[in-house]
Design a protein around this ligand. Sequence first.
Ligand code: NAD
Length: 486
Amino acid sequence: MLDNLSSRLTDRITDTALLAGHGDFAGEGRLAVRDPATGDLVAQVAISDATGACAAVDAAQAAFAAWSTTLPQHRAATLHRWHDLILAAKEDLARIMVAEQGKPVSEARGEIDYAASFVQFYAEEALRPNIEGVTSHLADAEMELWREPVGVAALITPWNFPCAMITRKAAAALGAGCTVVIHPSAETPLSALALAELARRAGFPGGVVNTVIGDAATIVGEWTRDARVRALSFTGSTEVGRLLYRQSADTVKRLVMELGGHAPFIVFKGADLDRAVAEAVKAKFATSGQDCLGANRFYIHRPIYDEFCARFTAAVERLTIGTGMDDPDIGPLIHDRQIDKQKAHVADALAQGARLLTGGSVDEDLGPLFFRPTVLADVPDEAAIMSEETFGPVAALSVFDDEEEVIARANASEYGLVAYVHSLDPRRIYRLTRALQYGMVAVNRTKVTGAPIPFGGMKQSGIGREGARQGLEAFTEIKYVCRDWG
Ligand code: NAD
């Protein structure tokens, strides 16, 4: 089907009607993709079922022997071509993303750069040595550790970063020599199909990259049961992560789980307040709040609490809200379940004594999925928003008195993805970074991500890391060879 698509396309990939018909192994069923800003139908995507999911693994398994034994230079060159094609199609990919995901177009362009950076990184990583010597403890024996690709890898991705979450997994797996079956979220299949088309143009052989759209439980259920799928890399909610962890047990798959977050944002007296406010706005409202790294709970030191509340609220009130192509600060949320969650968290916090400083409701003039950027103050720890991921533009502020107290409150969570700390006291920063039970700790800044760092969380925020050298671990295994030449 992809061949058919490419023969009808020139250099454009924005024709969503064309893309929509060309998922790998697609059948007669159709999935409606809607623009969250307007509710308009963007495309009807052809979908697969369990048979298609199984056929994708057949194809990936058949392609594995050849792909895993190509020269690393060949794999690297193919990844470099994919990288270049992604960047060349940046504007098209950004527009597709805005149409199905709703994010502001500047953020969509930024995501394409971010997505491409993983492809470049793992193209280069593919050339690094994958053999390590061992100092022998046995007379006459020579020892080596080889890193070998595991086989077929299943990649399951969410809607909030519809391109970057695919490349972060796929580039590592493909560079290591695995073949992949990809299941994107039902909300954002077009970004996945566009990336798949660019991968085909980059020259990945048939069967190496397979994108399967359809009912998640059916497609992914088929893959978790299939013993030929040797690794499963999932980004999404902790709830679905737990389910896939259980489902993968019978076939003992290698797992990467990038799950939910519930980031604390801690500001101490003496911090650069201008900076703390500016970074707090970014940490909460990027991706319209629908970000696993999004700050959910703000703990502010009592001596600066009132001033922080006032300045933060003023900054939030300056944020613009609108449709993605107008490039506002905040776009629509993805679907009505996200709106329901914002409303529920706001109502619950207010019922428990919180104060509403700004926002708190849907902007009906813009449409049913636009939630006004919201600030709540004096939110008690018992409020749902202080323990559940809100995944939207609602900030919950709370006061604290001392360091020990705030560390305990920040760590009192099943999540452990990222924590933000603002202080100019080096000893305090040292103590905090040691004590916080988070996979990533950001000090006096918000942006921490990028291809060279191992992204991932502690506790129920996940297993394993993505990006960096560590991102290859789930897609490779160590073979120990002990040789005696006789
Ligand atoms: P989700 O868990 O609902 O869906 C993620 C993926 O799982 C999608 O592809 C979906 O189709 C699939 N899925 C859903 N139900 C399934 C089932 N029963 N069986 C198999 N597959 C199933 O998450 P979402 O709403 O798409 O994304 C938001 C969540 O993702 C948030 O919790 C967020 O924190 C998390 N997230 C984490 C990271 C990270 O790197 N840690 C990055 C982005 C998003």
